[in-house]
Design a binder for this molecule. Structure first.
Ligand code: C2O
Ligand code: CU
Length: 428
């Protein structure tokens, strides 16, 4: 938040126009599917914002169905959160202008919050980058939006529905980076790039590996972590983001797989799957410097903080619908209000046998414990995986942005089947 005043330039507004509509989406050379896009493309354009500078997005719905646009991860006023609980759905032909000032630098994304299981699968999503005034620049930057798509025998988007997808979430047979099937990306030998990665898949957990070569994790949902962490893989549940420093690579001409390693979540892929490749291009000089400290994150609460709420993610058989996903036993749970200024410590309990990525709208949380264990680093998150039968303890601070907010599982089919809660943030 310390950058806010420096970068704030009153009177300056960054404006975008977005239009959602049907598109012919070329997922591979010569292979086009009929989908949905923003401004005729999948993903939608990268929206470039500046920390503390007002952003105005004039959105027009040219889809044959209503929609609404959610700004995933942004701590903005409730009225601008873009969900059905804070605004009327935007009907075909209508325009709605979103206005807000992004308070945090980081990698975010935007997507519909109506008929999500179909609208996102059809291609409605895009990255939103908020840059700090003193943004860390390495030798280059890539913004990579991961997704998977299920196609049928004709190569078109497979039809929707079915109990199996309602239970498992829909995974696809085509793996995409920035809307293209298994693309080849280039990075010059000797250079270090900053990669911003979003997992826009409906249900796929991406256990990302870059040819098994170590990279550095710089940030997560809410921007930088405190210090870079070296890793050979990182897990991105649906909705999640990560920022990496990638490189330097040595061997010009080498080809490394951008792979999704096996992740057992009781459903979906079981083997190693390929999202794309990295081609090591001819060597270039480097001026990149990855700092040893990235920022300080003050802990929100002490170890003895007491739990203020328990959110239990559950599963139920249903005579009418086959099965439901629930929170505290209820579909689309109406949760108790939260007072502005009252620190929240929540136990998110997974009572099921599958993983669920828990997402909180509009506020970052800190993860205090995962089944009693401290996480490896302190970070600001809006998505956290809750493993089967595990409890994740989080803390978050309701600052003065009253209104209706929500949390939900980011496996889109689970959200649709009821694994969500909405609650009011109130001034006491
Ligand atoms: Cu990407 Cu309701 O969220
Ligand atoms: Cu779920």
């Amino acid at each position: 938040m310390s950058n806010l005043d420096r970068s704030s330039q009153p009177g300056r507004v960054i404006r975008y126009r977005l239009e959602a509509g049907e598109v012919d989406w070329e997922i591979a050379p010569g292979h086009t599917v009929r989908g949905y896009g923003f401004n005729g493309q999948v993903p939608g354009p990268v929206l470039e914002a500046k920390q503390g500078v007002p952003l105005e997005i004039e959105f027009t719905n040219r889809l044959p169905e209503p929609t609404v646009i959610h700004w995933h991860g942004l701590r903005i006023p409730a009225e601008m959160d873009g969900t059905e609980v804070v605004q009327r759905l935007i009907q075909p032909g209508e325009t709605f202008t979103y206005r807000f000032t992004p308070p945090d630098a980081g990698t975010f994304w935007y997507h519909p919050h109506a008929n999500e299981t179909e609208q996102l699968e059809k291609g409605l999503y895009g990255a939103l980058i908020v840059r700090a005034a003193d943004e860390l620049a390495l030798d280059g930057e890539k913004i990579l939006v991961f997704d998977d798509l299920r196609t049928d025998k004709r190569g078109q988007i497979a039809k929707f529905g079915g109990l199996k997808d309602r239970h498992n979430g829909r995974e696809g047979n085509v793996r995409l980076i920035n809307g293209r099937s298994e693309p080849e990306l280039a990075i010059a030998a000797g250079q270090i790039e900053r990669w911003r990665i979003v997992n826009a898949s409906s249900a796929r957990y991406v256990r990302l590996s870059l040819g098994g070569v170590p990279f550095q994790i710089l940030g997560t949902d809410g921007g930088f972590i405190e210090a870079p962490v070296s890793a050979e893989e990182v897990l991105l549940p649906p909705g999640d983001r990560v920022e990496l420093a990638v490189g330097p690579f040595d061997k010009e001409g080498e080809l490394l797989d951008i792979a999704d390693l096996p992740y057992y979540r009781l459903a979906g892929k079981k083997g190693v799957e390929r999202f794309g490749a990295i081609r090591i291009a001819p060597r270039q000089p480097s001026t990149a410097h990855v700092p040893e400290r990235l920022r300080e994150i003050a802990p929100l609460v002490t170890d003895t903080a007491k739990v203020t709420r328990t959110v239990t993610l559950g599963f139920k058989m249903s005579l009418r619908r086959g099965l439901d996903f629930v929170v505290n036993g209820e579909r689309h749970h109406h949760d108790k209000p939260v007072n502005v200024g009252d620190m929240q410590v929540w136990d998110v309990v997974n009572a099921t046998m599958m993983d669920h990525p828990f997402h909180l709208h509009g506020f970052f949380f800190q993860v205090l414990e995962i089944d009693g264990n401290k996480p490896a680093w302190r970070s600001l998150e809006d998505v956290i995986n809750v493993p089967p039968k595990a409890t994740v303890r989080i803390a978050w601070y309701p600052d003065d942005r009253p209104g209706m907010w929500m949390y939900h599982c980011h496996i889109l089919e689970h959200h649709a089947a009821g694994m969500m809660g909405h609650f009011e943030v109130k001034r006491p």
